[in-house]
Design a protein. Structure first.
Length: 392
């Protein structure tokens, strides 16, 4: 794809471009329509193109207030900008989007498929994902800029696959880096598709190592770094189902547990052996444990915050970080601390009374029954004595 700035199109060029549409809309009923994306996704790039996307949107609006849109795809891909635009347009449409892979959804065509609320693939259909690539002309600075653009495009692809499948980012990157061909079962397993259609059979065959025929469409696979495993007999057409059968067998074999040379029953004795034989399983368990631990820790801190208003900040900090405890344990420690303070206060008060000699003073009816001024002087003297003791 050419990422350079292009001059504005003439009216003749606009008419030619939208006249050679690679899409076809069809009303099925008042509430339902179909979109066919067969062949290359745009013969020319949608980079800096406002005419073609606008025409696509207009054709979609012309279908009326539909409730369901079936998108049928049989494409090896094409222009990444066209694919991204179509994906966004379909994702924001209010109708239910059901995608059918009528043979092949490769490259940017697989991204368009991610717009489906439901993605259905016949058993012998295929999906292929890979990193964006291009050709370019320019100096070193221009190529560095082009590489940055490709990285940004890849991020948008990752986001589309991630939103649909729920796969980890690292796994999606691995699939893209390896230019991965997926059977219907594999696509469903990864979450890139939702259903395997066991009733429909795709009419498919291959010729030589590169030419693939699916549902009347011819695809040249020579442009891809990797191609699906294809068995060819001296250039004679071989069954596409052979390729799917092999992929299915590889998937089943990969699911089998590892066995030793004597084909004996495996016995795991240590954690290290478990990690060695089942690294993915151990990683999943560890990740789940970390997520659960983090969730529990957040709940613990939240519970402490809810009761911390009447508790000493020092005790709250201790409960959170220094000597971690639950909110219940913190409440109990706070009660003990308050009880200890009360005991200390009573002990100090008793000691003050003894030292002041108040306990040895007998009741004087003249004082108790005397003037209010005399009673206030006695109380003030006692208070001053206690305050002096506390200041020591």
């Amino acid at each position: 794809m050419n990422l350079s700035q292009k001059p504005a199109l003439t009216r003749k060029e606009e008419v030619t471009r939208v006249g050679n549409k690679f899409w076809r809309f069809k009303n099925v009923s008042e509430d339902e329509a179909e979109l066919y994306l067969y062949g290359v996704i745009s013969e020319s790039s949608w980079w800096d193109d406002e005419v073609t996307p606008k025409r696509f949107i207009e054709d979609l609006k012309a279908l009326g207030d539909i409730k369901k849109l079936k998108v049928r795809i049989n494409s090896r891909g094409g222009d990444v900008f066209a694919g991204q635009a179509i994906h966004s347009i379909l994702k924001t449409h209010k109708a239910e989007i059901i995608v059918y892979i009528d043979g092949l959804a490769a490259s940017i065509a697989s991204v368009i498929a991610m717009a489906g609320d439901t993605v259905i693939m016949p058993r012998n259909a295929m999906m292929m994902v890979h990193n964006p690539w291009t050709i370019g002309v320019g100096n070193a600075n221009e190529f560095r800029e082009l590489a940055d653009v490709l990285d940004k495009i890849r991020e948008s692809l990752i986001a589309a696959y991630e939103e649909k499948s729920g796969l980890d980012r690292e796994k999606i990157i691995q699939l893209l880096d390896e230019e991965t061909w997926l059977t219907a079962e594999e696509a469903v397993e990864y979450g890139l598709a939702d259903q395997v259609d066991t009733e429909t059979q795709v009419a498919a065959s291959i010729k030589g190592p590169d030419i693939l025929f699916i549902n009347g469409m011819e695809f040249n696979l020579s442009k891809f770094k990797k191609r699906p495993i294809i068995e060819s007999k001296a250039g004679v057409t071989a069954g596409f189902n052979n390729m799917v059968t092999q992929k299915r067998a590889q998937l089943a074999q990969s699911r089998q547990p590892a066995a030793n040379k004597e084909d004996e029953k495996m016995e795991i004795k240590t954690v290290e052996e478990l990690k060695q034989h089942f690294p993915d399983l151990v990683a999943q368990v560890e990740n789940a444990a970390r997520e659960e631990g983090a969730k529990n820790e957040r709940q613990r801190i939240k519970a402490i915050d809810e009761i911390s208003k009447t508790i000493s900040p020092a005790l709250v900090a201790k409960a959170k970080y220094e000597e971690p405890m639950t909110a219940e344990q913190l409440a109990f420690e706070a009660l003990k601390a308050d009880a200890a303070k009360g005991s200390q206060y009573l002990a100090a008060l008793n000691e003050d009374k003894k030292e002041s000699g108040v306990d040895g003073v007998t009741a004087n009816p003249h004082v108790l029954g005397g003037k209010e001024e005399e009673r206030q002087k006695t109380a003030q003297a006692l208070a001053e004595f206690i305050n002096q003791r506390r200041k020591k």
